[in-house]
Ligand binder design. Structure first.
Ligand code: ARG
Length: 459
């Protein structure tokens, strides 16, 4: 059978190779629920403006619901000559109800149809991602109470820098994923605009009601310019970007915990159920789930590039190139779904290696900044205090001791104004407790933020 999109203007049928080359049903089938939902809204709108009778609209809607069930159970045959999901559904309708089915495509083109479907699909998929991000935030937040007594070194340049509460680390991830969720909400503002009714490119001469279909499909608004809408894939690029940032956050976390699970760090024990063994080295417990998370993030970022490049040279408006937008988009969602489904149980099920962490907590002079700031509080200019503490650390290094193990005379030999109260800020535990600024690792700050996040995420 010839494709329904080939009008009477054609004298030749399509070459089979063209049909195989041009099909998108193999990947756009997953739009069917949204396609049918859009068609039902369109039919109801056509009836409301008198382009269909109420009875015709009802017959179309009822039949579309039956077709949906067939698609649910995978019993609708796939035919490459029907190219995409839109024509499969329409043809199935025509096969069942003849001329009434032939009226559905009134005042509509696949150009506005595919854009509408994809917007609805993204809307649902982003909602799912948002829920999964929330579950991941909760997994980090729930760790805070259980790890409240643990201090970890914070690193800059992967060198030991300053001490922080483990909970401060967990809340840092909660913040990153909170921004991801904000980006989703913001991106949804552009996604959630109805393309339906711009038809092919210039709109239609028929008296349609775009507001009505938008309302029925829960869009917040209707797009304003038919030319723009027919070509617009900004909302897809933005979605792919939002997902790329999620991927970047997950990849950074994975990298950190891969390091933390090494013998060298020995900060964390990953759940064995998410680790793999080696076929030759019996002692190995490998963090493959995290390595795959780091690796899969590359695909998500690659998909963003694909979409950007796909769109950048297209003249207005719809061009068939745009059919290539769906594989990278779907792949980004599938990959992020899989990454999040793995991340949450790993975060919840990993154990901090408390003894190993605390046994080396006095290494690396995590209290050096605190000591410098103690001197600033005594009135010393920062640059001088910075220089002097550097010299004190150098002396402690030579003696292979921590700062708190240096006698007061040594401190005083560098700065005579020092007194015994310096020992109150030395040592990692004292150092953590000395932080006070908003957003710092000060235990009171961290406690307040845990409380805030609990209220936000569990209300
Ligand atoms: N399969 C096409 C796609 O996914 C549907 C739109 C086709 N429109 C057209 N005028 N040929 O983009």
């Amino acid at each position: 059978m010839n494709s329904p999109s080939r009008s009477g203007v054609f004298q030749a049928g399509a070459d089979e190779r063209m049909e195989a080359y041009g099909e998108s049903i193999s990947f756009d089938r997953r739009l069917y629920r949204h396609d049918i939902q859009g068609s039902i809204a369109h039919a109801e709108m056509l009836a409301s403006v008198g382009l269909l009778s109420e009875a015709e609209a009802r017959l179309i809607s009822d039949t579309l619901r039956e077709i949906e069930k067939e698609l649910d159970s995978d019993s609708l045959p796939i035919r490459f000559e029907l190219e995409d999901i839109h024509m499969h559904v329409e043809q199935a309708l025509i096969d069942r109800i003849g001329d009434t089915g032939r009226k559905l495509h009134t005042a509509r083109s696949r150009n506005d149809q595919v854009s509408t479907d994809i917007r609805m699909w993204i809307r649902d998929a982003l909602d799912d991602i948002d829920q999964k991000l929330k579950a991941l935030q909760l997994a980090f937040l729930n760790r805070c109470d259980q790890d409240l007594d643990v201090i970890l070194p914070a690193y800059t340049h992967l060198q030991r820098a300053q001490p922080v509460l483990a909970a401060h680390y967990w809340l840092a991830y909660v913040e990153k994923f909170a921004r991801d969720r904000e980006r989703i909400a913001d991106c949804l503002k552009r996604v959630n605009s109805s393309s339906l009714g711009v038809a092919a490119v210039a709109g239609t001469t028929l008296p349609i009601n775009r507001e009505l279909t938008a309302q029925k499909l829960r869009f917040d608004e209707v797009t304003r310019n038919s030319l723009d809408t027919s070509s617009d894939r900004d909302f897809m690029m933005e979605t792919a970007f939002v997902l790329s940032v999620v991927a970047s956050h997950l990849s950074g976390w994975a990298e950190e915990w891969i390091l933390w699970s090494t013998v060298e760090f020995n900060f964390i024990k990953l759940p064995e159920t998410f680790c793999t063994g080696s076929s030759i080295m019996p002692q190995k417990v490998n963090p493959d789930a995290l390595e795959l998370t780091r690796g899969k993030s590359a695909r998500v970022m690659g998909n963003l590039q694909t979409l950007m490049l796909l769109v950048k040279n297209l003249p207005m408006a719809y061009n068939r190139d745009l059919q290539e937008d769906k594989p990278p988009l779907f792949d980004s969602f599938d990959t992020i779904f899989a990454m999040l489904d793995i991340a949450t149980p790993i975060v919840a099920g990993s154990e901090l290696q408390r003894d190993s962490i605390s046994s080396r907590l006095e290494e690396g002079y995590l209290d050096a900044t605190t000591l410098m700031e103690w001197m600033i509080k005594k009135g010393m200019p920062q640059r001088r205090a910075h220089h002097l503490v550097g010299a004190m650390v150098g002396e402690a290094m030579n003696r292979k001791v921590a700062l708190k193990d240096l006698p007061l005379e040594t401190f005083q030999s560098h700065a005579p104004e020092m007194d015994a109260t310096i020992y109150d800020c030395l040592g990692t535990e004292n150092a953590v407790a000395a932080f006070v600024s908003y957003g710092s690792t000060a235990p009171t700050q961290v406690a307040a933020q845990i409380k805030d996040w609990k209220a936000k995420l569990t209300s």
